[in-house]
Design a binder for this molecule. Structure first.
Ligand code: TAP
Length: 458
């Protein structure tokens, strides 16, 4: 049936094919939507306690296979095994967290004349989930877990470059007892299978993580059927470091905030804004921190940064480093096959330079000097994006003033953390629409139904 319709899945650290799997097209996508549609009435009718129990069983089953999943993810996405283990742990935590949701999807009772008014949070139906290659299973779990908890059925389309862990999720979910048709995975091209989910009249919602460019097309396509849409898109986040901060701590933390996942992270703090009076001390500390990054085999326990996802992506990242690029720090990379790229810091960079305006999505950081609080806010906000960011200072009032002034969905103070299962995550401006994780995600997988029950009036 599949003939030559195969996806060759490449291992970025070796540039060799690690698996060949059938490539889905329109027909398979339609079949998955039909299966999800058929499964929806029974799934929404599963009692809240039973749905919660099934999700906990799925989390337990994932935990039993955690090491194998982490190894698969490390190989397919080229990420350090320690990072991959952390991501799989988050996947499990995500299913456990949302297993608490079916029994807590509360409505309101609202005082009205003549009767009782109440609200229900109803599932949407079939939801299409489209995910990227940089954090394949963990981003899938941020969508699948709240969608299922709220009573929806799912068609998940992973990126063609990294479909393996999502296919494993489908298998493990079935084995854990999730009814047939509740979670369907379609591995095929975004322009075919993803687009079909966007266009399909039986899909009630699309939740997408990926580039702002593809997100624009999804928003406009979804408008044709008034689909609900959640978009988690690109970023060009600012790491704002004031001279009164613990500069050594800020410099020690800055590399992982931009070179983590080889910079292929929508939350990457790729613009490092440093107050001019602290610049020399910060740069001196940053050199040592960048030099210390261990780039290499993802399966080596000591590795901190792996390769880029593909040869073509490596070419794109390299295009930001022309002969005039102000390269201030350049780390190491292994020789030989694999899509390797050195952690690189450009300094000083003007915020209008291409390297500072475009999402490079690779291990290239721009250091941008500033003078004072007002200029820091002006530069940080001078971007089409607004996903995450950090502020480093010992002045608590300044930290809060700047936090409120930044147009970003997720900000940390004296830290570069962005994502927790229990707290909302998502972007301002062209970084997206809607929120994932935390209690807020459930709002995006339900519609509110208002019911008035006359008890004597009308
Ligand atoms: P995209 O090219 O946008 O792809 C994301 C997903 O969309 C993939 O599954 C892709 O499928 C699919 N897709 C492509 N064209 C489509 C279309 N016309 N209709 C429907 N689906 C389509 O991004 P990427 O290269 O995978 O990931 C990198 C980008 O994602 C970066 O810009 C990054 O910032 C962003 N990102 C954002 C976040 C958050 S949370 N905001 C997280 C991770 C990544 P195929 O690849 O299989 O064709």
């Amino acid at each position: 049936m599949w003939g030559d319709r195969l996806i060759s899945v490449t291992e970025p650290a070796t540039a060799e094919v690690m698996a060949e799997i059938p490539r889905a097209g329109i027909e398979e996508t339609d079949a998955a939507v039909a299966a999800a549609k058929a499964a929806f009435p029974a799934w929404r009718a599963v009692s809240p306690a039973d749905r919660a129990a099934l999700m906990r069983r799925l989390a337990d089953a994932l935990e039993r296979e955690a090491e194998a999943l982490a190894t698969l993810e490390a190989r397919n996405a080229g990420k350090p095994i320690a990072d991959a283990r952390g991501e799989i742990a988050m996947v499990i935590e995500c299913f456990r967290y949302y297993a608490g949701a079916p029994e807590r999807l509360l409505g309101h009772t609202i005082p009205v004349a003549g009767g009782v008014d109440m609200t229900f949070r109803e599932p949407l139906g079939v939801v299409g989930l489209i995910t990227p290659w940089n954090f394949p299973l963990v981003i899938a779990s941020w969508k699948v877990a709240p969608a299922l908890a709220a009573g929806n059925t799912v068609v998940l389309k992973p990126a063609e470059l990294t479909p393996l862990s999502s296919l494993e999720l489908e298998r493990i979910a079935l084995e854990a007892g999730l009814p047939e048709g509740v979670l369907n995975v379609v591995a095929g091209p975004g322009s075919v299978c993803g687009q079909r989910l966007v266009d399909h009249p039986d899909v009630a919602k699309v939740a997408f993580t990926g580039s702002t460019e593809v997100g624009r097309g999804i928003a406009s396509g979804a408008a044709q059927t008034i689909k609900r849409v959640t978009l988690e898109l690109g970023g060009k986040s600012a790491n704002v470091i004031f001279a009164d901060a613990d500069l050594d701590a800020a410099a020690a933390a800055a590399p992982s905030a931009v070179f983590g996942n080889a910079g292929q992270d929508c939350c990457a703090r790729s613009r490092i804004l440093v107050e001019r009076s602290g610049l020399d001390q910060f740069m001196a500390a940053l050199v040592g921190a960048v030099d210390a990054i261990r780039v290499g085999d993802p399966l080596d326990e000591q590795t901190q940064m792996g390769p880029l996802i593909s040869a073509s992506h490596r070419d794109t990242v390299a295009s930001y480093l022309n002969d005039d690029a102000p390269v201030a720090i350049r780390g190491d990379k292994p020789d030989g096959p694999g899509f390797w790229f050195e952690p690189t810091v450009l300094s000083p960079v003007d915020n209008s330079d291409r390297a500072a305006t475009e999402e490079i999505f690779g291990p290239v950081a721009c250091v941008i000097p500033f003078d004072g609080e007002d200029e820091a806010v002006q530069i940080a906000n001078d971007t089409i994006y607004g996903l995450s960011g950090s502020i480093w200072t010992r002045d608590g009032a300044k930290a809060l003033r700047v936090t409120r002034a930044l147009d970003s969905g997720v900000i940390s103070i004296n830290s570069n953390s962005s994502v927790r299962v229990t707290t909302p995550f998502g972007g301002f401006k062209q970084s997206g629409v809607g929120r994932e994780l935390g209690p807020d995600a459930l709002d995006h997988y339900t519609d509110v139904k208002n019911v008035y029950y006359a008890t004597g009036g009308n």
